[in-house]
Each structure stands twice: as C-alpha cells, then as structure tokens.
Design a protein around this ligand. Structure first.
Ligand code: URA
Length: 257
C-alpha cells in the first residue's frame, strides 16, 4: 500500500505536490469513489485508480524533452478559457509528460518537459538554485542605477528578490526600448515582469533563453527535442539526486515539430 500522491507521481502523471493538489481538487478516484484526503493509501495492483477519469497504468519509463514554447500557450494541462496548452505541442510523445515549472501565456522560450516526478521536484526546489536566463525587451531607457537595483534585489509584494545577473544587451533610443538579459534562480510567479516593473520599465517581450544550462539552439518556436543522456545526468547532479540506474537513451530520437 502506498499513498495516493506517491502512486500518481510514480506513474509519471504529475509531481508529488501537483498530485496532492489533484487529490484535493477531487480529480482522483479510487475504485470509482472520489478521494479528497491526502492520507489515503491504495495498492495500484489491486485498486482501480483514476485521474480525470483515466485509469493509471503501470509506471512509464522516464523521458525528458526541451520545448521552445511559443507565446500564446498556457503551461497548465487544461485551461478553463479553452486556450492552447503546451501539451498540444508535444502530442506525438506517448508518455504523459508535463512542464517543469511555468512560463506565462505571453512568454516564449525554453521549457523542460518530463514525466520524472523526482527530477521535477528537485528542479523546482529552491535549494537547487536552478539558473534561468531571460531576454526582456522593456519600455524606456534603463539606467545603470536601475540595473544595479535589479542586480541587488528589488522589493516585490512577496519580498525582496535574490541577487540576479543583469546586463544591458541593447538600447534602442529611437523606439525608447531597452533589451536586458537577466539570470535568476528563483521561480516566483511573473518574477521577471514584476522586477522590471518595479524599476519602472514594463516588459514588452519576454523570452527564456536558458533553463538549467539548456538553451534553445537548434530549435524553432514550437519544436522540441529529447535531452541527451549527459544533459539528464547533469540535471540529476544539479538536483542532488542519486545517479540514474539505466538511461533511457533518448539521444537516438529525432527532434520533432
Ligand atoms: N518571469 C516572468 O515574468 N514570466 C515568465 O514567464 C517567467 C519568468
């Protein structure tokens, strides 16, 4: 017998935390009955466990992809407003993968997608300090003093931001726009947009160029590729996870559109 959230995350459906939310939200049934308590245990070989009406099958082998998310897609599995989701872009993948963290609807860029709950949890845990780099086109002329503020940390409604690497990439004086590169290791909601707003420069365009050392090279918007074994090993190291036993050689798969 195992806790439901553990069974769901082992089946590769969601991270442990997301599985708990699914249970609380009433999306999980055991033997036909909705279960909303987190302490419930079940046996996947004996009980019929369903998530959103779909029966959980035995654990899938872990797979890892990097997607170049275009603007205009949500990073949740379903959207109540009927907008397109990043899962629409990876419909060729037979495993039930999900995004590691979020990118806003209007943000494009590097998004890791996997069915490996342990890696997802590790990448999202603050202690892993996963670096994410963004290119932000912001309104107005950003001064060096403002860059320094962003570097040191700015006060947001949920507290000060940690020190960030920030540099000016380009100033377009004609259009009164500045292009900034920011590298942060926190993952607060709309963090880059809020940081830029806090120094008086709303974001016009936002692109994540790198996530945990994975960049977009070779990918066009909407395309994805499998991670190489060495990239997966690197993420495991970064997340302080024990080495994987067998590598599901994803390297051989081709990038798909
Ligand atoms: N920061 C933001 O403001 N938006 C994102 O999508 C990611 C980081």
């Amino acid at each position: 017998m195992e806790r439901l959230q553990k069974i769901i995350s082992h089946a590769g459906i969601a991270s442990r935390r997301a599985a708990e939310q699914m249970i609380v939200d009433g999306r999980v049934k055991v033997d036909g009955v909705v279960v909303r308590e987190l302490g419930i245990q079940a046996d996947p070989d004996v009980n019929v466990i369903e998530v959103d009406g779909k029966k959980i099958e035995r654990a899938e082998s872990p797979v890892y992809f990097l997607l170049y998310k275009p603007k205009g897609y949500v990073t949740t599995a379903k959207d109540e407003r009927g907008r397109k989701t990043v899962l629409d872009l990876v419909s060729d993948v037979k495993e039930r993968i999900y995004p590691v963290g979020r990118l806003d609807y209007g943000t494009e860029g590097a998004l890791l997608m996997t069915n490996d709950g342990a890696l997802t949890n590790a990448m999202l845990h603050p202690k892993s300090e996963v670096h994410k780099t963004y290119l932000a086109r912001v309104d107005g002329f950003v001064s060096l003093a403002e860059v320094q503020k962003l570097r040191h940390g700015v006060e947001l409604e949920d507290g000060m931001t940690s020190p960030a690497r920030v540099k000016i990439v380009e100033r377009d004086e004609k259009n009164d726009v500045t292009k900034l590169e920011l590298t942060i290791h926190e993952g607060r909601n709309r963090q880059v947009r809020r940081m830029c707003e806090a120094v008086g420069h709303p974001v016009i365009n936002l692109k994540r160029t790198e996530f945990a050392g994975l960049n977009l090279s070779g990918l066009k918007r909407g395309e994805y590729r499998p991670l190489t074994d060495s990239e997966i090993d690197y993420l495991y190291e970064l997340g302080n996870l024990p080495q994987r036993s067998a590598s599901p050689s994803a390297d051989k798969e081709k990038s798909k559109k």
